[in-house]
Design a protein around this ligand. Structure first.
Ligand SMILES: N#Cc1ccc(Nc2nc(N)cc(-n3cnc(CCO)c3)n2)cc1
Length: 287
């Protein structure tokens, strides 16, 4: 169900860090198309050899992303297996993970952040229409393909990354550490992983985007993270009441009370036109 790529066609460049059980590298893929040699910049996502039993979940995640195509979903070229190595070959997205981009202190406007939220909501709406659960929505899995330039009215462009190893395969500690992105019902049983869980994670991700990429519950240990859910706590609300309401509506402890994607998109559209932008934007506004 997806393309297999010859290991000899891949070249590794610098290491770019790691996800859960995976290591990522910049790389190049040579392939011959209509008689010409092409060399494409790629992202090589390697599954740690010690997690061999996860490889089918790793490939399931790759095949999920290569079976459907949408402008805000990451393009997966295929997979390569070489001895112990399992490698997913993805399009190289120019500016990388959004959480790191925001943490690097880039000041972005309110409308920039709302554009990102709307693009994520449209990707989620697409998945919802296909009844596909992503299961790992977070700012680290949002990749920035275009920075945008608010002075030129050019909006940013994001791509949602593959979900990686499925939640069902992850140990309890990894799941607890994913609080507050993982929906509370999933901690009880990964059987509860439904489309509504992606709405919860969407709320936590929008919170990250509006808090300059800072991790919610930063510094909480696993016990404190568990207590956060057990006592039905909420993330610190944004001063922008309508935004805080949307985030809390998505992060409703009752899964079936969470809004549909269409409702989320409608609420985001109403936010963009509100005068919050004028009152709170960092750029001086022409009087
Ligand atoms: N400096 C820098 C820099 C780093 C990376 C990229 N590009 C890129 N392309 C992808 N397809 C995936 C990722 N990626 C990043 N972190 C994860 C793990 C969480 O998913 C995935 N990064 C571009 C610039």
């Amino acid at each position: 169900q997806f393309h297999t790529i010859k290991y000899e066609d891949l070249k590794w460049d610098e290491s770019l860090g790691q996800g859960s059980f995976t290591r990522i590298y910049k790389g190049y893929r040579t392939d011959i198309r209509d008689g010409e040699k092409h060399c494409t910049e790629v992202l090589l996502k390697e599954l740690d050899a010690c997690h061999k039993n996860c490889w089918e979940s790793f490939f399931e995640s790759a095949s999920l992303m290569s079976q459907i195509s949408h402008k805000h979903l990451l393009l997966v070229y295929g997979v390569s297996v070489h001895g112990e190595k399992n490698i997913m070959v993805q399009e190289f997205v120019k500016y990388g993970a959004l959480d790191l981009y925001l943490k690097r202190g880039k000041t972005v406007s309110v409308s920039w952040k709302l554009d990102v939220a709307k693009q994520l909501a449209s990707a989620l709406n697409f998945l919802e229409e296909k009844n596909i659960v992503h299961g790992n929505i977070c700012a680290k899995n949002l990749l920035l393909a275009r920075e945008g330039d608010s002075s030129q009215g050019i909006s940013p462009f994001i791509k949602l990354s593959d979900p990686g190893i499925s939640l069902a395969m992850l140990g309890k500690h990894v799941l607890l550490d994913r609080i507050p992105w993982v929906a509370p019902e999933v901690l009880i049983s990964s059987e509860n992983l439904t489309l509504e869980c992606d709405k919860w994670s969407f709320g936590a991700t929008v919170w990250e985007v509006f808090n300059n990429g800072n991790s919610p519950l930063k510094g909480y240990n696993l016990k404190e993270k568990r207590r956060f859910y057990e006592t039905f706590q909420r993330l610190p609300p944004s001063q922008w009441a309508e935004l805080a309401d949307l985030i809390n509506h998505c992060m409703d402890y009752q899964a079936d009370f969470r809004p549909s994607c269409r409702c989320i998109i409608r609420q985001l559209n109403s936010l963009i036109t509100s005068d919050y932008e004028i009152l709170h934007s960092t750029e001086p506004v022409a009087q």
